[in-house]
Design a protein around this ligand. Structure first.
Ligand code: SF4
Length: 266
């Protein structure tokens, strides 16, 4: 989680190599996927799928619902396309007669169900869901979230779920990583992060939750440019607890199960 522009989506897209990183490693089951050739990358893209934020622009308007879901099955040469499409549509709650409809005939929630069916088609182990409900009406958001939770239980899926809505995160996540200006500043179980946040940025984000019995911490100033981030701690230009050291030295990550990158914690 983190504010818009902090790098959540870029990180998600980089994990699946839709963006190429400029440095570093992407380890999946201990193997760096940056070393994968085309054949191995095709296998990896079957293991790891993505659900995108905007269901309106992520479907080919020339393909019917059935063709859209079947496309992934054909690319990865998976079983009988017709019966698999029907099964997947049932799983995501789309009536069978929708198979011959085009995207412009569907609502946002229905289009996102197609996005989920497409991701499920290749039987992935991990799904990166990039703000999958933020473009939908509030009334539809809960339906899609509950669908994702049900599918996770049924298929034993792991999600990396990118979001900025704190209620959504609390509802769906087991563990939370908080990002600020391209860096993960705190990580822990959802219960720990929401009940005992350590990083001043996390504290400020969570203090905005309505009904919380804590003082609202208003962050001052603009988010700096990620192209030219501040020296030292990237959050120091807005941090209410900043010290001299914060302007010079980037804080190391400390902790084991609950990690934080902040000079207040050794
Ligand atoms: Fe604030 Fe300093 Fe901690 Fe950064 S390192 S969050 S500036 S106290």
């Amino acid at each position: 989680m983190g504010e818009s522009g902090c790098g959540k989506s870029t990180l998600g897209r980089t994990l699946i190599r839709l963006e190429e990183p400029t440095s570093g490693k992407i380890l999946y089951n201990g193997t760096d996927i940056l070393s994968h050739d085309r054949k191995k990358l095709k296998w990896f893209r079957k293991e790891v799928q993505m659900i995108f934020q905007d269901p309106h622009s992520n479907l080919d308007p020339r393909l019917t619902v059935g063709e859209s879901i079947g496309e992934a099955l054909i690319i990865h040469e998976i079983g009988d396309c017709g019966s698999n499409v029907a099964r997947l549509m049932e799983k995501v709650g789309l009536p069978p007669d929708f198979a011959s409809r085009y995207p412009h005939e569907l609502s946002g929630g229905q289009k996102q169900r197609i996005g989920i069916a497409r991701a499920l088609a290749v039987q992935p182990k991990l799904i990166i869901a990039d703000e999958p409900v933020s473009a939908l009406d509030i009334s539809i958001q809960a339906q899609i979230l509950n669908l994702l939770i049900d599918l996770q239980k049924e298929y034993g899926l792991t999600y990396i779920f990118i979001a900025h809505n704190l209620s959504v995160i609390r509802h769906i996540a087991d563990r939370v990583a908080v990002m600020y200006l391209g860096k993960i500043v705190e990580q822990g179980t959802t219960d720990v992060i929401f009940s005992s946040p350590l990083h001043p940025y996390t504290r400020a984000l969570l203090s905005a939750i309505p009904g919380k019995n804590t003082e609202r911490l208003q962050l001052q100033g603009e988010v700096p440019s990620p192209i030219n981030p501040p020296k030292g701690c990237r959050f120091h230009t807005r941090c209410p607890r900043r010290m001299k050291v914060c302007e010079e030295l980037e804080p190391a990550v400390t902790g084991i199960k609950h990690t934080v990158a902040c000079h207040l914690y050794k």
